[in-house]
Design a protein around this ligand. Structure first.
Ligand code: UDP
Length: 238
């Protein structure tokens, strides 16, 4: 079963690809081709981009930089990613619009619910910049909130590893991957740190499923968007 509309969450670290920071445009072009497959499957795509390749508020705050300012800087980082991805996607022939949740009229259209709906109904990819526009949040939580606002059937949360494991697979080669976990366990299990608890809690409350998966493997995004098993499904209770 394909979803009508999905929300793809890409972290800044992923967009940096082979670089330590900034944007790997070559990887962005590869992603555009992967998203084209989703479009060909008749699924609408909303993308929430992170900004960790530029700044993360929690790390930047201190020595005089207020947390609110640090988070604003983080949100501006997401804006840079969104603008770059928008251009890359367009250059690859995908109709794409960048909508911003922070006031930035000179560089992007404002995020307005009806405008986002219109672009999506016209078959355009919508990339959202600025997270949810408020501090003390991350783009994971913004992604779940946006997916609810735009009636996305699922959140596809891209990670470096292909799902949720019982221990960190980068440190422990014997780690076991879960195919499915309940949203309750994802919230309560302190070992599960793949996504913010605020994001998981919001998804649990509104019964929104999440797939944690490796988006950088060919065909994985379209597989997840088409309802085929990929990564780990964080399943809300019926
Ligand atoms: N941020 C924020 N509000 C939001 C989304 C993001 O204040 O709604 C800030 C926050 O400081 C965050 C940074 O922007 O650390 C970059 O986002 P995130 O850390 O989620 O990026 P990722 O880890 O996905 O690259």
């Amino acid at each position: 079963m394909s979803y009508k509309r999905i929300l793809l969450k890409l972290s800044g670290e992923q967009l940096a690809g082979k670089y330590d920071s900034g944007i790997d445009a070559e990887l962005g072009a590869w992603l555009a081709d992967e998203v084209k497959k989703v479009e060909a499957a008749g699924v609408q795509t909303v993308i929430m981009v992170g900004g960790g390749n530029f700044a993360r508020g929690a790390q930047l705050a201190g020595h005089g930089i207020k947390r609110v300012t640090a988070d604003q800087i983080g949100m501006l980082g997401t804006m840079m990613n969104a603008l770059a991805l928008n251009d890359i996607f367009e250059s690859k022939g995908l109709q794409t619009r960048c909508l911003s949740n922070i006031f930035a009229e000179q560089v992007a259209e404002p995020f307005i619910h009806r405008l986002a709906e219109k672009h999506l109904e016209k078959g355009r990819i919508v990339i959202v910049a600025g997270g949810i526009g408020r501090p003390y949040l991350t783009t994971d939580t913004a992604a779940v909130s946006l997916a609810l606002e735009l009636s996305c059937g699922i959140v596809l949360k891209a990670t470096k590893v292909d799902g949720v494991f019982n221990t960190d697979p980068n440190l422990n080669h014997d780690s076991v991957k879960f195919d499915v976990i309940s949203a309750e366990d994802a919230v309560s299990d302190q070992q599960i740190r793949v996504m913010d608890k605020a994001a998981l809690g919001l998804a649990l409350e509104h019964k929104l499923p999440i797939i944690v998966f490796d988006a950088m493997k060919a065909d994985n995004i379209v597989k997840a968007a088409s309802g085929q098993p990929t990564g780990t499904l964080i399943k809300p209770t019926d």
